[in-house]
Design a protein. Structure first.
Lengths: 148, 395
């Protein structure tokens, strides 16, 4: 009887564990976490670019109104893109065009951007200040990763 | 947006051209710029600004010129210096004046390295400073308009607190505030006003605090103060105001005419190639929409300036795009007949004037850093060497 009870408890634990793994696997797949994302170097001929649309202020203080990130010239498209400006997240990704856009990037922005590129990702940040070299305060940026 | 009387400007132009022709006849010098440009230079004045000309404004009495060293100089229609006002440590950004030039508003920003706030300076016809107002701090935007009778000045500026914009109407003579209003969470804003300032609209891009896309807000005002407050699903900037409606340029790429009460009048028009409007202007019923983009790639950064013009029937009559290392500041001729595009940085290429009827580009002389088309295929230009000249082009 005790043995029987023990078998039952073990079966239950095993069932719950399998169920948990299955659920986690399902969730992971759904959210793209089933495997570690590996940034890849942009294929030859393709380019990563960011376009920031902005309003020009009358006295030289501009505001980003929209950011579009696109990979051009190559077959690869972004699989995962993330935008963050200040404390506001928000993005829209068109899988068919590989274009990310966001309208949640309305922060005061002065001319002066900095771009760093390497191993398949591009980060573009907008800084306050008159140039990227004299900039002191990061007010926003856009980050894009490509995945195989 | 100031509706100007082109007749008076044409009188001025005729005077300028006459004096220019006479002085050219007496001159032994050669103006090289006229040989390298499709815009023919009629006359040339050597001012004493000793810095890049950053703003010009034309009225019936002459030309008001501003420089990057803060100097303001009034030139008569004969090209003679009438008065000079110095603003050390500051640079002139824009000048708006009444047709008779008896009152002018001038926006000044601090020179490089300074932490001064932008300033709006109000001058009388003799250059006497009537009053001034400073923005809430450095890195703030200001805009100002003066009514044609010079009795009122509209002042819109970023407040000390981030995202807060103040709208106020002042007495033109002494700056006394008649009323004011505040808009919160505004990331960007634009103003449109009738020449009498009896109808004013301020459109703002309102930032969401929870990360959602921004919405829009349109506030309308009369000489007595706030008239209406209208939420907009898509942020829009007011472009043109008349007695019954407001034309809005939306950030989602539509141009829409709305009643003062907020409802749309007629179908929305697509801005076509002029999506994401950044600047709007209207003259003589023509509407100009300008958009700006900065593209950052792995090895290069470039600017794109796109301009579209709609005629009074709301038909798209001009669409131009210009890509370069710098952005271009655009302006619409007083009679709506042409667009002027001037590079933002001195020495960064040449500007152009584009008649909307033909779309043909007429390069401005090299070195031009500020220009205003005054109708009748005439243009006033200021250059990086401090010179001011008038010219004309074919329509």
């Amino acid at each position: 009887m005790l043995l029987h009870k023990g078998k039952s408890r073990s079966s239950t634990v095993l069932f719950v564990a399998v169920l948990a793994v299955a659920i986690l696997a399902g969730v992971g797949t759904a959210y793209g976490l089933s495997k570690s994302p590996t940034p890849v170097v942009c294929s030859e001929g393709s380019r990563l670019g960011m376009t920031m649309y902005y309003t020009k202020g009358s006295t030289g203080v501009d505001t980003i109104t929209q950011v579009v990130a696109a990979q051009t010239g190559g077959a690869k498209k972004y699989r995962r893109l993330r935008c963050k400006v200040g404390d506001a997240d928000g993005y829209k990704y068109d899988n068919s065009t590989g274009i990310i856009s966001t309208t949640a990037m309305s922060k005061t922005w002065s001319p002066g951007t900095k771009v760093s590129h390497g191993n398949g990702f591009v980060v573009v940040y907008a800084y306050t200040g008159t140039s990227s070299t004299s900039a002191t305060t990061l007010i926003g940026g856009i980050e894009a990763h490509t995945y195989p | 947006m100031q509706v100007t009387t082109s007749v008076a400007r044409l009188h001025l132009l005729l005077a300028i051209v006459l004096v220019g022709a006479l002085s050219a006849g007496c001159s032994t010098g050669v103006d090289n710029r006229s040989t390298t440009s499709n815009v023919e230079v009629d006359a040339r004045w050597q001012t004493h600004i000793d810095s890049t000309v950053t703003a010009v404004a034309v009225g019936s009495e002459g030309v008001l010129v501003g420089g990057s060293n803060g100097r303001l100089e009034m030139l008569s229609s004969a090209g003679r210096s009438v008065w000079v006002v110095e603003n050390p440590g500051r640079s002139v950004v824009f000048i708006r004046t009444t047709e008779s030039m008896d009152c002018s508003v001038v926006a000044l920003v601090p020179a490089d390295g300074s932490t001064l706030a932008p300033r709006v300076l109000v001058l009388g016809s003799d250059g006497r400073r009537l009053w001034y107002a400073d923005a809430g701090g450095p890195k703030r935007n200001v805009d100002a308009y003066v009514s044609q009778d010079a009795s009122r000045v509209l002042l819109v500026q970023d407040a000390e607190k981030d995202g807060q914009v103040t709208v106020s109407l002042r007495d033109g003579a002494n700056g006394r505030e008649l009323w004011h209003d505040s808009i919160s969470d505004a990331a960007a804003w634009k103003v449109a006003a009738s020449s009498s300032l009896q109808r004013i609209a301020v459109g703002a891009v309102v930032v969401s605090r929870d990360g959602l896309p921004p919405s829009g807000e349109l506030r309308t005002y009369s000489l007595e103060g706030l008239v209406d407050e209208l939420p907009l699903e898509s942020p829009s900037f007011p472009a043109l105001i008349n007695s019954t409606s407001i034309v809005l340029a939306a950030l989602d790429g539509r141009l829409e005419e709305c009643a003062w009460s907020g409802g749309p009048i007629g179908p929305a028009m697509s801005l076509c190639s002029a999506t994401y409007p950044s600047a709007v202007d209207a003259r003589a019923g023509y509407i100009m929409v300008t958009s700006y983009a900065r593209t950052v790639e792995e090895t290069a950064t470039s600017e794109m300036t796109r301009v579209s013009v709609f005629d009074p029937a709301r038909k798209l009559v001009l669409s131009k795009e210009r890509s370069s290392a710098v952005a271009f500041t655009t302006s619409l001729a007083a009679d709506g007949s042409a667009v002027v595009m001037v590079p933002d940085s001195a020495g960064a290429g040449r500007g152009v004037v584009i008649p909307v009827g033909t779309g043909r580009e007429y390069p401005l002389p090299s070195g031009v850093t500020a220009a205003e088309a005054i109708g009748g295929a005439a243009i006033v230009m200021g250059a990086s060497d401090g010179s001011v000249s008038t010219g004309h082009y074919s329509q």
